[in-house]
Design a binder for this molecule. Structure first.
Ligand SMILES: [Zn+2]
Length: 436
């Protein structure tokens, strides 16, 4: 079949730049308008002969879904999704305007350049190329561009999964952001981590109750003291090591890459020996809970009857029960806790055919690279789509030169992506998607 053409390589740059220029800042609380970006994406899909559907739960919070029919009707469908919203950017901190989409010295600048208008553009460029070249993938592909990923997903993937499950019929697996980018280890090795799992989110609200009263009196039921004690226990807690299948594979493969003994009985030691590459794994070998907000009292000589704190908790796939039990113990009898916001953890197999195909697509275009699986410390829209039985992988291929720290550019100042990185992404995505 015809290879991807030059036009697709030009398109991906244009589409990335165009999408960046459409300001889809998501400030949370419903303050975002994805509609113009959704219309842009739908226009490109229609230009490829597809029939995109625009879907909104709230006005202007637009999602786009289209299906490409595969050549093998017996094959399971594959979901390919990208979000259209971006996090805010403070223009005066940037070297170029964050919504200029400027292309300077072979680099596309702007908010969303890596998270994730680049991937949205890659998907569109591949689909347009296929229409020109007469390529049809083996599996049905469901293409989804979502709203609201950077906040609650209630207007985006959550809404699609709850209200429009029929559009995703037959989908068993999905790919989206945060995987297959170049991780430079500082010693000349290039690692391409493919995400096969996500930690779950447990944002907690803690409420301590006590006896209100005068600040000068004896009070052994002080809500502030109780809250502070609980918060200290949580913040200082050493969560035990727990290796999920993905993290185990990650450590084993990295150890092999560096010629180190994969001693899983001393994971902390192993992480140290792995050096910078250990950072890919470090946040996902245990649950975590970080106190982040405190709220109590209204006058210095009044003991309040209640004190409140918030904690950013994250748990591993399979780690939620332990997380809950540990929080019960750490908060103690005088402090209640509840989930302020909760999202599931995900685990995807690394011995699947799909994983092998993603891996070989990267290896074909980056033969010097080393593909390893990893678990994301945070979360994506894949959490919502998992409710439809869809196994999610992080696969948004980008070949980045040294000095481009992908993780730092994510939500960072001067977010940008080299044109070459986008070209690599189109090649790899095309190769993977047409054969998957
Ligand atoms: Zn993202």
């Amino acid at each position: 079949m015809a290879d991807i053409d030059e036009r697709a390589l030009d398109d991906v740059v244009t589409f990335t730049s165009d999408l960046i220029r459409i300001d889809t800042t998501n400030r949370g609380g419903g303050d975002c308008q994805e509609r113009p970006a959704a219309e842009y994406a739908a226009g490109q899909l229609a230009g490829a002969g597809l029939e995109p559907i625009l879907l909104e739960r709230s006005k202007g919070r637009t999602n786009v879904v289209a299906r490409i029919e595969g050549t093998d009707p017996s094959a399971d469908a594959l979901l390919v999704h990208g979000h259209l919203d971006v996090v805010p950017a403070q223009a005066d901190e940037w070297s170029v305007h964050p919504f200029s989409g400027e292309i300077r010295d072979g680099v596309v600048w702007g908010r969303g350049a890596v998270d994730m208008k680049n991937m949205d553009a890659m998907i569109l460029a591949v689909v347009r190329a296929w229409a020109r070249l007469g390529v049809r993938p083996r599996r049905d592909l469901v293409i989804a561009f979502t709203a609201d990923e950077e906040a609650s997903a209630e207007d985006g993937s959550g809404f699609l999964a709850d209200q429009h499950a029929g559009l995703f019929e037959g989908c068993t697996e999905g790919i989206s952001e945060s995987g297959a980018f170049t991780f430079h280890d500082g010693g000349g090795r290039e690692i391409y981590p493919i995400a096969a799992g996500e930690r779950g989110t447990g944002w907690l609200k803690l409420t301590a109750r006590g006896r209100a009263g005068h600040g000068s009196k004896v009070n052994h039921e002080n809500a502030v003291t109780r809250l502070a004690a609980a918060i200290t226990r949580i913040g200082e807690h050493e969560w035990p090591l727990r290796l999920t299948p993905t993290v185990r594979a990650s450590l084993t493969e990295l150890a092999a890459l560096y010629g180190i003994d994969a001693d899983l009985d001393d994971v902390d030691g192993l992480l140290t020996k792995l050096g910078p590459a250990g950072k890919l794994v470090e946040p996902t070998v245990r649950n975590s809970a970080n106190p982040t907000m405190l709220d109590a009292g209204y006058k210095v000589n009044v003991i309040p009857g209640e004190a409140v704190a918030y904690v950013d908790g994250r748990y591993l796939p399979g780690g939620e029960d332990e997380f809950r039990i540990t929080l019960d113990r750490l908060t103690g009898p005088d402090v209640d806790w509840e989930f302020h916001h909760r999202e599931v953890a995900l685990q995807a197999p690394v011995d699947s055919l799909t994983y092998a195909q993603m891996r070989s697509a990267v290896e074909e275009f980056a033969p010097e690279g080393h593909v390893v699986p990893y678990c994301m410390s945070g979360g994506t829209d894949a959490k919502q789509f998992s409710r439809l039985g869809i196994t999610g992988y992080g696969f948004a291929p980008l070949k980045l030169p040294e000095g481009f720290d992908y993780q730092a550019l994510f939500h960072g100042v001067d977010e940008r992506v080299p044109v070459e990185a986008l070209h690599f992404g189109v090649h790899v995505l095309d190769r993977f998607l047409r054969n998957a």
